[in-house]
Design a protein around this ligand. Structure first.
Ligand code: NAG
Length: 220
């Protein structure tokens, strides 16, 4: 039994990103120390200037959206949030914008989105690849806040979003929040599913759905 378990693991060293070296194999530079690495150009980013520009634009976009909308505009009690999951993290701009809050953020890079996981690690943050058409191994945390920014449209072509919503309901603790940023078409599908699971649902600016999972229990 133990042997079988061991076979499922792969040595991590091949997953580590090599440090930049010059033509002779000498180390060029160490990664920036924390917290500078969070906001400086990630070494893994493509070297064309466009990539860096997009990266900084993304950081700024999330910083503004979080301070104008997520922190103040959505009636979320951030004091009750400890662990956050970003279902479609991109460069982890959302996690970066939350850095001054005492929260832990798991950044998920969906398999049908551009591969940004190396950049997330470069920034000193944590992340995973995942296919949201499958269930998620939530170890080692439970979650108080799930962020779903434009995740459902891609999934709809491959699986039933009922299953994805049910999985979110499983992941999130009672009284926890889900924020869906998406088109009204998607919000109109997700909202009724959440209500059917006894969540409260509020819409902001026709693009943010805030769902709060209730402490509902079936009658004995
Ligand atoms: C926000 O959450 C904290 C921690 O659970 C709680 O003590 C506080 O009363 C809540 N504030 C509001 C306005 O509900």
């Amino acid at each position: 039994m133990l042997n079988m378990l061991l076979l499922m693991y792969t040595k991590l060293s091949s997953c580590l990103i090599p440090l930049p070296v010059d033509g002779e194999g000498n180390l060029q530079s160490w990664p920036m120390p924390w917290p500078d690495r969070l906001t400086s150009t990630p070494p893994s980013l493509s070297t064309d200037s466009n990539a860096a520009e997009m990266f900084f634009k993304d950081t700024k976009h999330w910083s503004q959206l979080v301070s104008h909308v997520y922190r103040d505009g959505l009636s979320i009690n951030w004091s009750s949030v400890r662990n956050v999951m970003d279902m479609n993290a991109g460069y982890a701009g959302f996690a970066t914008a939350l850095i001054d809050l005492p929260v832990w953020v798991m950044n998920i890079v969906p398999i049908d989105m551009p591969d940004t996981l190396t950049t997330i690690f470069d920034r000193g943050l944590i992340g995973l690849y995942h296919d949201w058409c499958e269930s998620l191994n939530t170890y080692p945390r439970t979650y108080d806040f799930v962020h779903a920014s434009f995740v459902f449209k891609h999934l709809e072509q491959r699986c039933d979003i009922v299953n994805v919503v049910v999985e979110i309901d499983r992941i999130l603790r009672a009284e926890g929040y889900l924020v869906v940023q998406d088109s009204m078409e998607i919000i109109n599908k997700v909202g009724p599913l959440l209500r059917s699971l006894h969540w409260s649902v509020t819409l902001y600016q026709n693009q943010f759905l805030v769902g709060k999972k209730s402490f509902w229990r079936p009658r004995p």
